[in-house]
Design a protein around this ligand. Structure first.
Ligand SMILES: [Fe+2]
Length: 242
């Protein structure tokens, strides 16, 4: 029937790769302990997830989160996780476009992809800082591809921002749970708009808590075409993991 909405089908995450989550324990506002992270990996595996890209926050509020420190935390966790789950893990980062961003650029980005080009970036939710385009321009000159994390969540952002960003060749990452209303009505409306416009390139869980994931993923209702669009974004994620 025209306009019918459906829940995500059973087995939707079979073979999936997630490219945005805060499962690296004890480093940001995501998972606090390795026990919880390991349990969650097992739950994700039961859902069929096969690959996860960890993206801890790199922002001035977490001054210790830099390339060296995160690699030093990730490697032992990855080794431990091997005995708990078959999910393959990879380390990247979610970079806030703040005063520390160019320093992380100098130290070498932890990229989403193996080729070392795709950089997950977020802006403040409230304000679009005037120097954001300059910073992104600078990294693009150096061969990096910005991936804008959850563009639907930025309160300041209007359609004008999105079309401008697309013209600048930034890629867009949908937060899956935006579609289920996890970040409120305006974010949900923007997510549905951007999805229909075909403006997203990837989809991530932005997982901070398992309960939130269960609650809001079950509230997602989409038309058949939009379900196919999200499935395609999940496919695109696999190219990042390589
Ligand atoms: Fe995030």
């Amino acid at each position: 029937m025209l306009g019918m909405k459906h829940k995500l089908p059973e087995g939707f995450f079979q073979g999936a790769c997630d490219m945005h989550c805060h499962l690296l324990p004890g480093v940001d506002d995501g998972f606090p302990t390795s026990e919880l992270s390991l349990q969650t990996l097992q739950k994700l595996e039961q859902q069929g997830v096969m690959k996860m890209i960890f993206t801890p926050h790199f922002m001035k509020e977490y001054p210790d989160n830099n390339r060296e420190n995160m690699m030093a935390k990730f490697e032992p966790f990855k080794a431990e996780a091997k005995s708990h789950s078959k999910i393959e893990l990879r380390l990247a980062a979610e970079y806030m476009l703040d005063a520390c961003f160019m320093e992380h650029f100098k130290q070498g980005f932890l990229t989403l992809d193996k080729q070392g080009t795709h950089v997950l970036c977020e802006t403040s939710y409230m304000m679009y800082e005037h120097n954001v385009p300059e910073m992104l321009y600078e990294i693009m000159l150096d061969g990096f591809q910005p991936v804008i994390a959850h563009p639907e969540r930025y309160e300041y952002a209007s359609k004008g921002h999105y079309f401008k960003w697309r013209d600048k060749r930034y890629k867009f990452q949908l937060n899956l749970l935006s579609l289920g209303g996890a970040y409120g009505g305006p974010a949900a409306a923007k997510a549905h708009f951007l999805l229909k416009e075909g403006m997203y390139d990837y989809v991530g869980s932005d997982l901070h808590k398992w309960d939130t994931f269960v609650r809001f993923s079950s509230q997602i209702k989409l038309g058949k075409k939009d379900i196919d669009r999200v499935a395609q974004l999940l496919e695109n994620n696999k190219e990042l993991f390589g």
